[in-house]
Design a protein around this ligand. Sequence first.
Ligand code: BGC
Length: 483
Amino acid sequence: MSTDVQRNVQNGKNHRMSKDETEVKRFLEPFRLSQKTLQDISSRLTQDMIKGLGRHSHHKAPVKMLPTFVRATPDGTEKGDFLALDLGGTNFRVLHVRVNEDEKSVLKMDSEICAIPQEIMTGTGEQLFDHIAACLGTFLEKQGLKEQVLPLGFTFSFPCEQKEIDKSILIRWTKGFNCSGVEGRDVVQLLKEAVRRQGDYEIGTVAMVNDTVGTMMSCGYRDQSCEIGMIIGTGTNACYMEEMCNVKRVEGEGGRMCINTEWGGFGDDGSLRDIQTQFDLEVDRSSINPGVHIFEKMISGMYLGEIVRLLLVKMTEDKILFSGKVSEKLRTSGAFLTKFISEIEQEGSGEENTKRILSDLGLQWSTADLRAVHLICDTVSSRSAQLCAAALAAVANRICTNRGLDHLDTTVGVDGTVFKKHPTFSAELRSMVHKLAPKCTLKFIVSEDGSGKGAAMVTAVAQRIAAQSHLIDDSDEDELEEN
Ligand code: BGC
């Protein structure tokens, strides 16, 4: 340890910076974004959102702005029993959900997690859907539900061109999935075919939703002003209620429709090149889908740990950390898990966690290294929170402008491990959104099992609306008869 560093340790926070610390900060400089830059990024996203909504411009838009055919949020009168499937993160879940009108609750009666083995994640589509249908069958058997035909909400958290609530074409895989023969196909159809192949149970009507939509809808049952759903987990994305007159790709002018922004694709046309660091470029290059979901790769859980790892390797090679000795483990892609960032930044136990994590990675650390690693994690997670804030501000500002309001009060339903587990992420995100969207007051509701329960909720709302329109049709007939 150098004498400078020793002085730093003794002096705690007011220490004079050592040469190495100055070097660490210099490395991290490109990750620090000023409020002005964030404002600018927010405006760029607003432009891309407009492009994505356009009748002709959407074909080439990096931010897809996908219509979801969800036209209404819950009104609190929905009820019944539903099945929900949730595919999109590292696991796949099956749920039996009861929507209870009297208590305004969405109850998870039971659920089961099924792992998706790596070979299935990158195998054939048929293998994937057979696996899902088999897990669903086993669950129904255990729950004694095999003889019932329940409506099913399918949360499928990948970009899909939705044609109807039960017809949804996969545009592309993200987050490490790459099953052949699914892109360009209707995933509801693939699911139904797989259930038919199982042959010993049936499912009722199917509603397909993105996890952001599920999250918005499940929070919306509790708080009917919830009009934004946001996920910051393995991937990142948001949806919100847009005015139908702006959704040029779908017939009809009245009312609103939920739009799945797919903001993870922001930057896919090179528009974020000025803020991508060499480490972001490297993460993209070595991913299974280079060149796509650029924004997501700077933000979400699938990538944050890898960005930190690449920084650690480079700084060690440059002899700024760990006495210049890179361990074999640190060189292994994926070795620095995103959850380590949360553990390292944890107040109280952070330092002990850092020592354990670095030792497990086979690194020999000094006290200065511990401090540097903390700073690196803090910088990478802060940038993620601030970029999310810039994106969320674009969505909130848009709703405010759409409605010609001076002030917007609305609720955001949120899910995802990065938002939920990181000690300072949510506070940092909120404070930056407040600065970037000063006309909007956002309330955040953290969703529990949101994407699964929300899929059931979408199915329930669709059934309510169908039932209501039957009533209207019937009363129209009555009127006709009376006339
Ligand atoms: C997908 C989105 C999803 C998000 C969060 C992204 O990779 O493209 O559809 O909502 O991850 O799970």
